[in-house]
Design a protein around this ligand. Structure first.
Ligand code: GBH
Length: 507
């Protein structure tokens, strides 16, 4: 009897190990894609009537704020090579390609007094080429390249930005909505608001933490919701698409299981992505209670007559709540968080970090990417998806970005490992009932990595930035991803023929 039980146990565990670690399937209808963003790949920065964006201005500043002094002036030259990009998407077998539109290619001054026909023509070319190849265009309206003319007026901290954004979006719906059925309004509010207005890690480098990122947050949410309602009220019936927002989500895990650290990690998650997700996806709307509480408390302590976090009125709460057909999750990594009694001296006040009130660390055992901030923590991805399910009544989720950086080279085994482990975590979440309908790799090709210039590579395809034709070549990870998409399953033993990867020596 004991022996029979033992045999049964061994067989069951073996099967579990097999089903968990060897081959697992994605559900029917699950969609795979890859992503880029206009400023990071297009180049053609002043061609055919395009106006200046804040990144054109930032990369031409002296001294340069960019690590390698580079710019997106040419980038991967997708403005001229988009047909090759679509060919790559086809080679990979993608269901969709997520790209963004450059606001100033369409509206050179940011406003609608002048619509640039050549800008419209470029995206028509890209969209039509995708459709000819049976690849769905997934269009991001705003991925960080604000018109410089609008920045002069304050950009995302001027409440009028919601109107500027709506006017711009309308031009896109009018011109592309007959063929585009997947839309993201805004890519990564936190990176726009905190990194651009609170800090100096993204243009326009405003450095007004504790105030700037919160004013921006309210305006971004209202701008997003206005565009959602515009689509909903005036375009959806005819064009029949879906429209959502992409929010960058880091998983913060408590550094210990004390109550304080658990609460601290939760506060960190609410400040990182809850501040944007809660108003849209929670049942009650509004900013998360943890965020409102912390900022109000600190503001009072610091002598402000009211909270530095702007209030959302009841009508604004209602207007924003539910304004998304899906939750676009951009996620790359996780961190550890703990409370520390000596925090008072640690961060300047007021500041975003002081408002959260935690210390952020990482586990040294986590594999490290080429980007400082990027560690591979697949179980953090799983926990993130489970929390989104629990907090927001299991919303429809698209993973709109996920990926790994290297220093370069075609044989990218660590990227392969990252994708496999993150997709395994995704399958685990699907098994727990998470409503994830699609997955997007960042990135289709190597590109301009913002302040890091070309020193960090995220591409499934390598771009040779020294060759005049910006040659694109598949990395090993491209062959692995292609097989995952073809078979709709994750086979951890699949190895592409190395001759295929290695036509010539690695670079
Ligand atoms: C995305 O940003 C962008 O959409 C894309 O343009 C960019 O090229 C790509 O990722 C790669 O960077 O763990 O607390 O230290 C992602 C921005 C910046 C979000 C780092 C997570 C880590 C914060 N990420 N951040 S923390």
């Amino acid at each position: 009897m004991a022996r029979t039980l033992l045999v049964c146990f061994v067989l069951i565990s073996l099967e579990c190990i097999w089903c968990k670690s060897s081959i697992r399937r994605f559900p029917d209808g699950f969609q795979f894609g890859a992503s880029t963003a206009a400023y990071q790949v297009e180049g053609g920065w002043s061609e055919d009537g395009k106006g200046l964006s804040i990144w054109d201005v930032a990369t031409h500043m002296q001294p340069s704020p960019i690590k390698d002094g580079s710019s997106g002036d040419i980038a991967a030259n997708s403005y001229h090579l988009y047909k090759r990009d679509v060919e790559i998407a086809k080679e990979l077998g993608l269901d969709f390609y997520r790209f963004s539109v450059s606001w100033t290619r369409i509206l050179p001054n940011g406003l609608t007094n002048k619509i640039n026909k050549l800008g419209i023509a470029y995206y028509n070319g890209l969209i039509d080429e995708l459709l000819r190849n049976n690849i769905k265009p997934f269009l991001t309206i705003y991925h960080w390249d604000l018109p410089y003319e609008l920045q002069k007026l304050g950009g995302w901290v001027n409440p009028l930005v919601t109107e500027w954004f709506v006017d711009y979006a309308k031009v896109l719906f009018d011109n592309f909505g007959d063929r585009v059925q997947l839309w993201v309004t805004i890519n990564e509010p936190k990176q726009i608001c905190y990194e651009g207005y609170g800090d100096v890690s993204k243009a326009p480098f405003i450095n007004a933490t504790g105030i700037g990122e919160y004013i921006c947050a309210k305006n971004v949410l209202l701008a997003h919701a206005k565009v959602y309602h515009l689509y909903n009220d005036h375009y959806r019936q005819l064009q029949n698409g879906s429209i959502g927002i992409s929010i960058s989500c880091t998983w913060f895990d408590p550094a210990s299981d004390t109550f304080d650290d658990q609460q601290g990690a939760r506060d960190a998650r609410r400040f990182d992505w809850g501040i944007y997700a809660h108003p849209i996806f929670s049942k009650d709307g509004d900013f998360p209670i943890e965020v409102k509480r912390n900022i109000a408390y600190k503001s009072a302590e610091q002598g402000y007559s009211k909270s530095r976090l702007p209030v959302l009125s009841n009508s604004e709460i209602t207007f924003i709540r539910g304004s998304s057909d899906f939750f676009g999750v951009n996620t790359y990594t996780s961190k550890l968080a703990y409370r520390d009694a000596s925090l008072d001296e640690m961060y300047p006040a007021p500041s975003y970090s002081d408002d959260i009130g935690v210390v952020i660390t990482k586990d040294p055992s986590w594999p490290q990417g080429q980007s400082n901030w990027l560690q591979e923590v697949p179980w953090g991805f799983y926990k993130l998806l489970m929390e989104i399910k629990d907090l927001y009544e299991n919303p429809l989720v698209f993973i709109t970005e996920n990926g790994w950086s290297t220093a370069g080279g075609l044989l990218d085994d660590d990227r392969v490992r990252y994708y496999r482990n993150y997709l395994t975590a995704l399958l685990d979440a699907l098994n727990q009932g998470c409503n994830v309908k699609g997955y997007t790799a960042w990135s289709l090709i190597d590109n301009f990595e913002w302040k890091q210039g070309y020193t960090e590579k995220f591409g499934l395809y390598q771009v040779d930035f020294t060759s005049p034709d910006l040659t694109r070549r598949p990395r090993k990870s491209a062959y692995i991803y292609k097989e995952i998409i073809r078979s709709k399953q994750l086979d951890l033993n699949f190895e592409p023929a190395l001759e295929e990867v290695y036509e010539s020596p690695d670079v």
